[in-house]
Design a protein around this ligand. Structure first.
Ligand code: UDP
Length: 471
């Protein structure tokens, strides 16, 4: 039932150009400590999907750096039947403070959750040795903690989600998960505000997520490559056809073909001012608000176009709500007047080749004049950090980890209330009209990510936790 994912090793030396000499020395020291501490054990990372979403995005490269440092790090995804995912998506939404599909979390759901968790745990226990370190990610894997801990593994539960203001939904999800999560030796949260009440503070740790500056999604990209990728995938209107040939021949970080499925036919003119949100099709990302607010503000947005892009919903293994949300957004778009419709584009990005998908996201974020992330809740917005690293002006909601990422008016602009579409439209207009402001925000944003949100810092934080938990 478990899937082993290939993790190509990456050298931590790749971080050298981004760090001061002292920071780089600290990173090498942390890598050496991890190698020593874990020399005779395996570091297992367990989550629910290989692609689609921030956790999968981070695990591949973090584990790559661990392997490149000499740690036997392995990435395993669990088997998630649909009835299990319906329960865990409910838990996911409620931990963010929202009811989700409003379905129950009673004994039946507990039975489903426990049965699937037990099967997955049994598969892993066959391979895990006592004192191996097992990182379980998010609600989908917490149910494996009791059995794994009983087998002698050192279990750490890493929860990437949380709510700014705990409410009855949050409490319900915590009550559901607590009997399993309690078996972990340590808990890692993305911000201190997310730490659950009643846990032993000495066993709680805070690690903010990060992006890999050198991954295909974030690595530098020449403007011609950006254009060629966006045109060859159909996101921007075409120049000459040989652009695509030129791209495939010489420049492409992956195969890039005309395979983004535009939900409607008209691509964005290549030189139009561009606003973009790239996210899973999830109501917590508020794609409806992104579209509706943009449409309402259109008279004030010059000639700007909006692209809302997300994964091909058939390809994301652990998100049962994606197809419905995409359908709702498409219906909302269809109901718009023709002018608004011609300026708003919905795109479903191919997911089968991760390198290709990453190159498209990289190009789209770089081409955008404004990167939007209008989430209603967010553990940490990887897309926010990705836009900031590309020196974009990011407009995002003041929720969850985004508050730690953006200093309002300095390294991006925050929206106080996700329901205030007028404020969203007004801030879009201000940013679109003031290129100097956008450039200042973008420069500060890149610097902020360099200082706080690169994987080098993230790796060091993990080593500090391992030294506490596994020494
Ligand atoms: N992403 C992607 N393709 C898509 C949509 C999203 O590669 O079509 C990536 C996005 O670039 C980011 C991650 O998925 O790296 C989403 O992480 P985030 O923390 O923003 O949100 P999550 O999905 O974890 O809630």
């Amino acid at each position: 039932v478990l899937d082993d994912l290939a993790v190509p090793p990456l050298a931590v030396e790749r971080f050298e150009p981004f760090l001061s000499a002292a920071q780089y020395a600290e990173l090498l020291d942390a890598a050496a400590k991890a190698r020593l501490l874990l020399h005779d054990r395996v570091l297992w990372c367990v989550n629910s999907t290989a692609r689609g979403g921030g956790v999968a995005e981070m695990l591949g490269t973090l584990l790559g750096y661990a392997r490149g440092s000499g740690v036997d790090a392995r990435w395993v995804t669990i088997d998630c039947p649909p009835e299990f995912l319906a329960v865990t998506k409910r838990l996911h939404n409620r931990l963010h403070g929202f009811p989700g599909d409003d379905g129950p979390l009673g004994q039946r759901e507990r039975d489903i959750y426990e049965e699937v968790s037990a099967e997955n745990a049994a598969g892993l226990i066959e391979r895990v040795r006592p004192r191996d370190v097992v990182l379980l990610h998010d609600p989908q894997t917490a149910g494996m903690a009791p059995a794994l801990a009983a087998s002698g593994a050192l279990v750490i539960w890493r929860l990437h989600i949380g709510a700014d203001t705990p409410n009855a939904h949050v409490e319900q999800a915590q009550a559901f998960l607590r009997p399993y999560g309690e078996h972990a030796r340590a808990w890692v949260f993305s911000r201190k505000e997310f730490i659950w009440p009643g846990l032993d503070p000495a066993r709680c740790h805070v690690i903010a997520p990060s992006i890999d500056a050198l991954s295909p999604k974030n690595q530098p990209m020449e403007p011609e490559t950006v254009m060629a990728i966006l045109q060859s995938t159909g996101l921007l209107a075409d120049g000459a056809d040989d652009d695509a040939g030129f791209l495939r021949r010489d420049r492409s970080p992956g195969r890039v073909e005309r395979r983004a499925m535009m939900i409607e036919e008209a691509p964005t003119p290549p030189d139009a001012p561009l606003v973009a949100q790239v996210s899973r099709w999830d109501n917590l990302k508020d794609p409806l608000g992104v579209v509706t607010g943009f449409a309402q503000a259109l008279p004030h947005l010059g000639g700007a176009h909006l692209i809302v892009a997300g994964p091909d919903v058939t390809a994301v293994a652990d998100d049962p709500e994606g197809a419905r949300v995409l359908h709702d957004v498409t219906e909302r778009w269809r109901a718009l007047p023709p002018l608004e419709r011609s300026r708003i584009h919905l795109a479903s990005l191919p997911m089968d080749d991760p390198q290709e998908n990453a190159a498209i996201v990289n190009a789209l974020q770089r081409r955008a004049d404004i990167v939007v992330q209008k989430s209603r809740a967010e553990g940490f917005g990887l897309t926010v950090a990705e836009g900031m690293w590309k020196a974009r002006a990011v407009l995002a909601t003041r929720v969850g980890g985004i508050q730690d990422q953006i200093v309002d008016g300095v390294s991006g602009v925050l929206l106080d209330d996700p329901d205030d579409l007028e404020d969203y439209g007004r801030k879009l207009a201000i940013l679109l009209y003031d290129g100097g402001y956008r450039a200042r925000l973008g420069a500060a944003a890149r610097e902020r990510v360099r200082e706080h949100f690169l994987e080098s810092r993230h790796l060091e934080d993990w080593v500090a936790v391992f030294l506490k938990v596994a020494a």
